[in-house]
Design a protein around this ligand. Sequence first.
Ligand code: TRP
Length: 345
Amino acid sequence: MAAFKQLVFSGVQPTGNLHLGNYLGAIVNFVKLQSTHDCIYCVVDMHAITVWQDPAELTKATREVTAAFIASGVDPKAHIVFNQSQVAEHAELAWVFNCVARLGWLNRMTQFKEKAGKDRENASVGLYAYPNLMAADILVYRATHVPVGEDQKQHLELSRDIAQKFNNDYKDTIAARGFGDAFFPQPEPLIQGPATRVMSLRDGTKKMSKSEPSDQSRINLTDDPDTIALKIKRAKTDPDPLPDNEKALEPRPEADNLVGIYAALADTSKADVLQKFAGAQFSIFKPALADLLVEKLSPITAEMRRLKDDTAYIDGVLADGSRRAQVIAAETMKSVKDIVGFVRR
Ligand code: TRP
């Protein structure tokens, strides 16, 4: 297999408010990876419209996610931050991938089944083809590493299958064009940290989600300190004190979730947190967790608020990022057209 330059790519959908799950599951890792890799972070507005989005809300949410990236420490000058729809090559490669991916592969996607629900006939074609666009997002940069949450693992596997089938279907023209035995890399998921799955504060078996009706179930990145403290105070737990080992957390999903959140925020392991809090009641642990949340989130929240009002700055970041992204994407598309046999200028 040919060697590919290491490159990180990831995407976040601009739908609704960002919450702690988005922050710990994705953005924290985005920030960390900047010191070891070239990174491209994309606000995937084209994925968002696979289900209905109010246009004004979509614009607002796109700027908000961008502000959250920057407020959290993503450096849009050293790396690339942009919104998907400004680089048309994503859609262009997605079409080619629509013709590479098989119906049988997409039929297995659990996220589609969940999102489409019972009324599948009424789901958009875009929702069904969503994973092909995601593969195009990654592969139009020939990215090798993709920081994502647990729930995106299956989509990453599909991206690998698409890359492999493309490399195989077109192996003769790929070799003839000097790309050896593979034009696309096999992108690998990076699922890191003690809080890859932040769960609902009301039910430790359900993911923290913006679509859950109860706002008590999540910490929003825009929550003020009092709200955070109250939500943690009311978070569901069991009556036992914290154990001294991780194994004992397994049958206690709510306790496990809160310990995981603490560990991720403190940048340590669950084992370390348990060492500190073994034997403590939740009446001790919860206020400590709330304090840590406020300490870590409030500077980000404040910076987000400041940036949100500066739409000229945010839109400038996205314009600059999309220009730089497009240079790479256009280069890939030229080669893809040659490999597939499209006549081009
Ligand atoms: N599907 C991802 C999510 O819902 C978002 C996404 C779109 C993405 N394109 C991507 C993530 C490419 C990683 C790489 O979380």
